[in-house]
Design a protein around this ligand. Structure first.
Ligand code: ATP
Ligand code: MG
Length: 184
């Protein structure tokens, strides 16, 4: 397929990108985009929504790309407690309070909402509020949403949707434990 670089600023368009599906590679592909953007001197903000999924390997690499990439993780300051949905909604609201102004400010050319699909799927964050923000984002901002079970509405609104399909995973029947550089 022929790639047409948008060198004309008028042709630049901030994309809504979704990585979903049950195969591995959704978050790592998003960090790949962050690295690519940072190499182009674009500012990237990453919010990691799920506790404990933010692994040391990518964290250290991404921190070394400061100031181009900034990261925050929910696991640092708050936790999910699925037995207490009220608490989880408050946690999601707090996370959204961090990231929404950064999407809308236009100060970042890429915002990665890692595992946001889970938060929406569990109903911790109001889907309508989320979709409204995407609708109102500055035209130049790319937003990347990862996680299984992306909503129909998000898929419809998005410009680029990739579904990772699991063909084989080492954790499955093979029972191979998590490997450094692959899982963390
Ligand atoms: P990665 O962060 O490696 O790109 P991911 O974002 O696609 O993975 P998540 O749904 O966020 O995957 O789940 C994270 C963890 O679950 C990882 O340790 C990943 O290897 C594991 N995982 C993903 N897909 C599968 C699968 N089909 N079977 C078993 N484990 C899986
Ligand atoms: Mg992931």
């Amino acid at each position: 397929m022929k790639m047409q670089p948008a060198s004309d600023p008028k042709k630049r368009k901030g994309l809504i990108i979704v990585h979903t599906g049950d195969g591995k590679g959704k978050s790592t592909a998003a960090y790949g985009l962050a690295i690519r953007a940072a190499g182009n001197k674009m500012k990237v903000f990453i919010l990691q929504f799920m506790k404990g999924k933010w692994k040391t390997g990518e964290r250290k690499s991404v921190e070394s790309l400061s100031p181009w990439i900034e990261v925050e993780a929910i696991g640092d300051g708050f936790t999910w407690d699925t037995k207490n949905p009220e608490q989880d909604r408050r946690t999601a609201a707090k996370a959204w309070g961090i990231v929404e102004p950064r999407i809308l400010s236009g100060d970042y050319q890429m915002v990665i909402l890692d595992e946001i699909n889970y938060v929406l799927d569990y109903g911790f964050l109001d889907k309508k509020v989320f979709l409204e923000t995407l609708k109102n984002k500055p035209a130049s901002v790319h937003v990347v949403c990862t996680g299984r079970n992306a909503s129909k509405e998000l898929i419809e609104m998005a410009d680029l949707v990739t579904e990772m399909k699991c063909v084989k995973h080492p954790f499955g029947e093979q029972g191979i434990p998590a490997q450094k550089g692959i899982e963390f």
